[in-house]
Design a protein around this ligand. Structure first.
Ligand code: FAD
Length: 534
C-alpha cells in the first residue's frame, strides 16, 4: 500500500505528467549544504522548469552484509527526519524514506518509481565501495533502457579520486607524504567552492510510492525506528557482538552525537574556535578529547569535508594572514587529507574491497592466526594489557575509539597476537559510529604492515610504553577499567610489574583483572620473524 501524505499534511498527488520530474537519491550525503548532486539537480530543475523529489532507502540486509554498526544505522535514522524537515522548509522538496532491504531491491524500486512518476533524471553522489559501484552500474544500465538519465557526482572527498596523480604518469601515489604535498598544492592554486542549492518552484510535488515508505516527518521517524529496532535484534545475535550491551552503547552514542547538519556544523565551529590551535600537541592524548569528533558526521555525509577544509583554512588566514602557517591547523588539515588518501587508494585498487591486502604478497606468506580465545579476549577488553583493554571497552561502550588507540589496539591484535587484520577490521566496522570502509581498511592495513604507506613490520608499538607516553597518569585507563583505579600508573605502564603485582602474592592479586595474555617482547620477535619470512 502506498502512503502519500506529504510533510505539510497535504494528500494531493501531483500527477501532471507533462512537467519533467527529477529525483535526488540521498545516500551517504545526508545534508543540504555543499551537496554537489543536490545543487546540480536544483539548478537543472530550475532551468528545465522541472519538479524535484528526493528519496532515501533504508537497506538493513545490505548493512548487515557490510557489518555496519547499530550506532551508525541509528545515526542515519536520527538524521533522516531532520533532513526531511530542512529539505521541505529550505528547498521545497519532499523526502521519501523507503525500506528496501537489499541493493537489488533498490534497483527495482528506482525503476518502478521512475516509471510511475515520469522521472527523467536521477542524481546522486558517488560511493566508492564495490557493492555500491555494482549497484549503480546495474541501475544505470536499467535506466538507460528507459531513457532515464542517472548522473553521479564526486562529493565525498575534498579533491576527487584520480585527481591527484604522480608527476611522471597517471598513477596513484603509493605513500601519503607526496600525495599530501600535491593535494595541498592543488588546493592552494584552485579556489575550492561550496555548492549551495537554491529553492525551486515545486509546489505539492511528491512521489507515488509502492510500499513500505514514509514522507511525513512522523512516518519517517516511525519507519526509521522500526528498522533500527529490528536491526538491533539481528546485530545482537552476531558472533562477535553477543557480549555487548547494545542498548547502553546506543544511549551513549545518541547523547554524544546529536543528529543533523546544524549540530555537525556547530561542532566544527566549536572545534575551530576552541581546540584546533592545540591540536598538534593534544591530539594524541585520549583522555583530553581534543580531536574534532567529526568523523561520525563525515562518514554519513552530514557535514561536507570541503566545509571542514575551508573553515580550517580561514582560521589559518585569520591567525597568520595570507602566508599563514600554523602547525596545529596544518596537522588537522593533513588528517582530512588522510581521509581523501584512503578513498583515492580504494578507487585505485578495487581489490581492497574484497579485503585483499594492498601488499598482496603478505596474503600469501603470512600465517595469520584465527585463535578464537585470543580474538574474544581482545573484543571484550580482557587481554591484561591496560591501554588495549581500556580502548576496546571505550569502543564497546560508546561506539567511538580515539585514533591513537585504534593504532595501538590494531597493532596488538595483528602483531602481538598475529591475528588476521581482517577480523579486527570487521569488529571495528561492527562497533564504530564512524565505520567507513576506506578509512578503516586503510587504518587496519597500516597497522598490520600490509597496506600502502604502512608501518614498517619491525616498528611494533609496545602497548605499555604507548600507555606511558599517551596516558601518563593512567587517567584514560582508569576511566574505562575502574577495577585498576588503585594501581599506580608506574605499574600500569610496566608489563613486568603488572605480571608481578597481579600474580598470587602480589600487591594487587585480589583485583579481578587478567595478567597480560602475551609477553610483548617475545610476541614482537615472533611477528618480525613471520614478516621476515615473507
Ligand atoms: P580528527 O583528529 O579531528 O580528524 C579530522 C577528520 O580527519 C576525522 O574526522 C576523519 O574524517 C579524518 N581522519 C583523521 N585521521 C584519519 C586517518 N588516520 N585516516 C583517515 N581519516 C582520518 N576513521 C573513520 O572515519 N572511520 C573508520 O572506520 C576508521 N577506522 C580506523 C581504523 C584504524 C585501525 C585506524 C588506525 C584509524 C581509523 N580511522 C577511521 C581514522 C581515525 O582514527 C578517525 O578518523 C578519527 O579517530 C576520528 O576522530 P575525529 O573525528 O575526532 O578526528
Amino acid at each position: 500500500m502506498s502512503k502519500t501524505a506529504s510533510a505539510n499534511g497535504d494528500n494531493d498527488d501531483n500527477t501532471d505528467m507533462n512537467i519533467p520530474h527529477y529525483l535526488m537519491w540521498f545516500r551517504r550525503d545526508l545534508r543540504l549544504h555543499d551537496n554537489t548532486a543536490l545543487t546540480a539537480l536544483c539548478e537543472r530543475a530550475q532551468a528545465d522548469h522541472a519538479r524535484v523529489s528526493a528519496v532515501f532507502f533504508l537497506t538493513p540486509e545490505q548493512w548487515h552484509a557490510h557489518d555496519t554498526s547499530l550506532v551508525q544505522v541509528d545515526h542515519i535514522a536520527r538524521t533522516l527526519p531532520i533532513l526531511a524537515k530542512a529539505l521541505q522548509a529550505q528547498l521545497n522538496i519532499t523526502l521519501t524514506v523507503q525500506r528496501c532491504p537489499s541493493f537489488a531491491d533498490c534497483i527495482d524500486e528506482l525503476s518502478i518509481l521512475s516509471q510511475d512518476n515520469n522521472i527523467r533524471c536521477i542524481m546522486a553522489n558517488h560511493e566508492y565501495e564495490g557493492n555500491e559501484i555494482d549497484r549503480d552500474e546495474k541501475l544505470a544500465k536499467q535506466l538507460a533502457k528507459d531513457n532515464i538519465e542517472f548522473v553521479r557526482w564526486h562529493d565525498q572527498c575534498i579533491l576527487p579520486p584520480q585527481s591527484i596523480t604522480t608527476n611522471d604518469g597517471d598513477s596513484m601515489y603509493q605513500v601519503f607524504t607526496p600525495f599530501y604535498k600535491k593535494w595541498r598544492h592543488t588546493l592552494d592554486i584552485s579556489s575550492i567552492q561550496m555548492h549551495e542549492a537554491t529553492a525551486i518552484n515545486n509546489n505539492k510535488t511528491k512521489l507515488k510510492l509502492s510500499k513500505d515508505s514514509a514522507t511525513t516527518l512522523q512516518d519517517i521517524e516511525a519507519l526509521s525506528n522500526k528498522v533500527v529496532s529490528a536491526y538491533q535484534k539481528s546485530r545482537q545475535k552476531t558472533d562477535l557482538s553477543q557480549h555487548l550491551d547494545m542498548g547502553a552503547q546506543l544511549t551513549k552514542a545518541r547523547a554524544a552525537y546529536p543528529a543533523g547538519e546544524t549540530a555537525a556544523c556547530q561542532r566544527l565551529n566549536d572545534f575551530i574556535a576552541d581546540d584546533i590551535d592545540d591540536y598538534d600537541i593534544s591530539r594524541d592524548t585520549p583522555s583530553l578529547e581534543a580531536t574534532s569528533q567529526l568523523s561520525a558526521y563525515l562518514t554519513i555525509g552530514v557535514i561536507s569535508p570541503r566545509l571542514c577544509y575551508l573553515q580550517a583554512s580561514l582560521a589559518q588566514e585569520k591567525l597568520h594572514g595570507n602566508d599563514g602557517d600554523n602547525e596545529d591547523i596544518n596537522r588537522w588539515i593533513s588528517e582530512l587529507a588522510w581521509r581523501d588518501f584512503y578513498r583515492h587508494v580504494l578507487v585505485y585498487k578495487p581489490a581492497l574491497i574484497r579485503h585483499k591486502a594492498y601488499k598482496e604478497e603478505t596474503d600469501k606468506k603470512i600465517d595469520w592466526s584465527y585463535d578464537k580465545d585470543g580474538l574474544e579476549a581482545w573484543c571484550t577488553g580482557k587481554t591484561g594489557v591496560p591501554l588495549v583493554d581500556a580502548a576496546i571497552r571505550s569502543l564497546n561502550a560508546t561506539g567511538f575509539m580515539h585514533n591513537r588507540l585504534r593504532m595501538v589496539t590494531a597493532m596488538f591484535l595483528t602483531k602481538d597476537l598475529l591475528i588476521d587484520w581482517r577480523l579486527g577490521e570487521r569488529y571495528f566496522m561492527q562497533q564504530l559510529i564512524d565505520g567507513d570502509f576506506a578509512s578503516n581498511n586503510g587504518g587496519w592495513q597500516w597497522s598490520a604492515s600490509t597496506g600502502t604507506d604502512s608501518a614498517p613490520y619491525f616498528r611494533i608499538m609496545n602497548p605499555f610504553s604507548q600507555g606511558k607516553t599517551h596516558d601518563k597518569d593512567g587517567v584514560f585507563i582508569k576511566t574505562w577499567l575502574p577495577e585498576l583505579k588503585d594501581i599506580p600508573a608506574s605499574i600500569l605502564h610496566s608489563e613486568d610489574k603488572m605480571r608481578k603485582e597481579l600474580a598470587k602474592g602480589g600487591k594487587f592479586a585480589d583485583i579481578d583483572y587478567p595478567v597480560p595474555m602475551v609477553e610483548h617482547k617475545a610476541a614482537r620477535q615472533l611477528a618480525i620473524a613471520e614478516f621476515k619470512k615473507s
